[in-house]
Design a protein around this ligand. Structure first.
Ligand code: 3PG
Length: 213
């Protein structure tokens, strides 16, 4: 089923924690996404940081129809086009370029570019993107940056990612223009590789709890 950008924003506004998954193994990815969803995190970003990522994305989309599966680390228009083919529900980038922003705006795929400051945000807004990933959140200033940008850009909402933890989540979500946080802490590669779904379930449940309003 195709989601609108507003559908994705509404879901992120409810869950408020987006797991970021980095794995090259289809079976592990399906198992991990299922575990995350069963424990309160029914939307996930699968990064394109591994060689097999498009296959992983396509197979997870097929195997987990009740989960909102998005693609992260989109760096090029070619990747954006390939992501659309996989049936992913949304796309995210760590940054923004004029070419990618234009292609994403024309693609119809719900898309959230990354910003690190005001100039990036102005470029995002030129292309109609008013929900953006603030990355790397812990380096660029986290809620201080979100709060400061809220002055000139009152209608923009942020997804803070990079260095977020279960401990920092509740305070980050207090900032009114923070829509959600994202992170890999509930599904680290070490636990995925070990097949420790019990530990991932525990971390996911704690993350979902930390995101509760
Ligand atoms: C991202 O892609 O947003 C970050 O790599 C996630 O950051 P984390 O691994 O520090 O959670």
């Amino acid at each position: 089923m195709a989601f609108t950008k507003q559908d994705i924003i509404t879901q992120l506004d409810q869950i408020r924690v987006l797991p970021i998954l980095v794995t090259d193994d289809v079976d592990q990815a399906i198992r991990c996404v299922t575990t995350l969803a069963e424990n309160g995190l029914p939307a996930v970003e699968i990064t394109l940081r591994t060689p097999n990522a498009m296959t992983v994305l396509r197979e997870v989309v097929k195997a987990c129809p009740t989960v909102t599966v998005g693609a992260g680390t989109i760096l090029t228009q070619a990747q954006l086009d390939a992501v659309k083919e996989t049936g992913a529900a949304f796309g995210i980038s760590p940054g923004i370029t004029p070419a990618l922003a234009k292609a994403a705006a024309e693609s119809g795929l719900p898309y959230f570019p990354g910003v690190g400051g005001a100039s990036d945000l102005m470029l995002a807004l030129e292309h109609g993107f008013d929900v953006v990933k603030l990355f790397p959140s812990d380096i660029v200033g986290s809620t201080k940056m979100a709060k400061a940008l809220g002055g000139p850009f009152p209608d923009v909402r942020f997804c803070l990612t990079g260095g977020v933890t279960v401990e920092s989540t509740p305070a980050l979500l207090q900032q009114p223009n923070v829509l959600c946080v994202g992170g890999s802490w509930m599904c680290p590669a070490s636990l995925i590789n070990a097949g420790d779904w019990t530990a991932i379930a525990t971390l996911a449940a704690a993350a979902a709890q930390a995101g509760k309003k």
